[in-house]
Design a binder for this molecule. Structure first.
Ligand code: ADP
Ligand code: MG
Ligand code: MG
Length: 447
């Protein structure tokens, strides 16, 4: 497909890898084993406002967007004590590179996503295509390993159904919060179809602005009921596929919608607390000695496993900033500077990292974290964009979805690995992200 054609067409397939990419089996198994542990860790952190505010409150004066999220969280905690709805649903995706150190492959976490963790459904489709590719292309690389079974979508909707059932309102529906002009619609629609097909659960898609416009104000703050086409629709579960980027909040209306949702008794996926757990700053703090361990005191072995997959990270807080700055200046090609943002395309590398370090004030820099650059082994594959396959060297990022549902007595009713996703990019590209335009959907070939 040429450029003109792409501009004129409304539907473009997600970029994907023609064949699965190699992932060492032991690393894959470790990542799956870690999923329920990260669920538990994230859940406990989400219930610890003192900890989150201690480490994130400084953002309120540095970074307008993250600061507003933190302030809304603070206001919510002050108003309700903990959170308005004790049940919460978590759909996380822990992303890893397989780092190669002295010939040994080690699993290293890139980040833990706690909001809008995407591509469970389309990733499954690509994995299913790879099963077909294996039978079609006899002597291809797709035959030299094992394609792990995948049921991302089924696991996803089973947990959503549990949350929906707990809300216990026969009239209610699940609300998908989406971006205006959403491009990644099919990854969401496949979940909605499955909810309907398997359980007869209805759902709807709305932007934050539409929610603010359609909400029945007479039932706030407790009940989130949307009025649409003269129909009153109570909301059981709010599943966010938007709300993580400043672009999602162009006006106060969107912020108001976020507050309305947060203060209602609908079950959130994620709650605002859980959203904040996914901040890069929290992940940097957790990598400091003793931090993970204090949240997993009853599970020292799990805490050690989590720690084993942490990469080197450094705080940019003013008291320790000089150390991180000197490190980045001395080794600009070995570190990446990350702001408190989601969705890909925000990190700074090499010269751009140095330019920012030289230009920014101490205060502005303290909103970032510095992370050691990981260098996974590259493999050759065909990557397909707009119907055209190109061959070259690429590297892959493994994502393992975790899903949890927490109960009002502070327990996890569901806590398991939900499935997997592989995203592959050309080695020359620094940043990943399928939606950001750099990565291709892929699936792991375990060897
Ligand atoms: P986002 O929330 O925007 O996805 P990430 O931390 O995942 O933020 O960074 C985006 C991309 O940048 C990753 O998918 C990966 O390709 C690259 N990246 C991030 N951290 C590192 C790192 N430590 N080493 C190498 N590449 C990294
Ligand atoms: Mg992210
Ligand atoms: Mg990422």
């Amino acid at each position: 497909m040429n450029d003109t054609k792409e501009k004129n067409s409304k539907l473009v397939h997600s970029p994907f890898a023609l064949f699965p990419s190699v992932v060492p089996k032991d690393c894959f198994e470790l990542a799956c084993k870690l999923a329920p542990v990260f669920n538990l860790l994230a859940f406990r952190l989400s219930n610890c406002p003192e900890y989150l505010l201690k480490h994130l409150e400084a953002l309120t004066t540095i970074d307008e967007f993250s600061g507003k999220l933190v302030l809304l969280y603070k206001e919510t905690v002050q108003h309700f004590g903990r959170q308005p709805q004790p049940y919460q649903l978590g759909i996380l995706r822990s992303d890893y590179f397989i780092d190669v150190l002295k010939e040994k492959s080690t699993l290293k976490q890139i980040e833990l996503n706690t909001i809008a963790s995407s591509f469970a459904a389309l990733g499954q489709r690509v994995a299913e295509w790879h099963q077909v590719a294996r039978s079609l292309f006899d002597k291809s690389q797709a035959n030299d390993g094992e394609l792990p079974p995948i049921r991302n979508v089924q696991n996803f909707v089973e947990a959503m159904k549990e949350a929906h059932t707990i809300y216990d309102d026969a009239e209610s529906r699940i609300l998908f919060v989406v971006q205006p002009n959403e491009r990644n619609t099919y990854d969401q629609e496949m979940i909605r179809w499955e909810l309907w097909k398997q359980f007869g659960i209805k759902s709807l898609r709305r932007t934050l602005r539409e929610i603010e416009e359609q909400v029945d104000h007479s039932r706030l703050p407790e009940k989130l009921i949307l009025v649409s086409c003269n129909e009153r629709i109570p909301i059981s579960v709010v599943y966010f596929r938007a709300g993580y980027s400043p672009d999602d909040y162009p006006s106060e209306q969107e912020w108001n919608a976020r507050k309305i949702i947060e203060w209602s008794d609908s079950i959130k996926c994620p709650s605002l607390g859980l959203h904040l757990v996914g901040m890069k700053k929290i992940q940097q703090v957790l990598s400091e000695p003793g931090e993970v361990e204090q949240f997993l005191q009853d599970r020292p072995e799990d805490a050690a496993l989590v720690r084993s997959c942490f990469a080197e990270q450094h705080s940019m807080e003013p008291s320790v900033q000089q150390f991180a700055v000197e490190l980045a200046q001395a080794h600009p090609n070995d570190y990446v500077l990350k702001p408190q943002r989601e969705g890909g395309g925000n990190n700074l590398y090499g010269d751009r990292m140095l330019q920012l370090i030289n230009r920014a004030s101490k205060e502005e820099l303290s909103g970032y974290v510095l992370m050691k650059l990981l260098r996974p082994k590259d493999y050759s594959n065909y990557l397909v964009r707009n119907g055209v396959a190109s061959f070259g060297k690429c590297i892959s990022e493994l994502g393992i979805f975790g899903i949890f549902l927490s109960s009002d007595d502070n327990e996890l009713i569901i806590n398991r690995s939900m499935g997997h996703l592989l995203r592959t990019k050309w080695t020359r590209q620094e940043d990943g992200g399928v939606a950001a335009g750099n990565a291709f959907l892929d699936s792991p070939l375990l060897t």
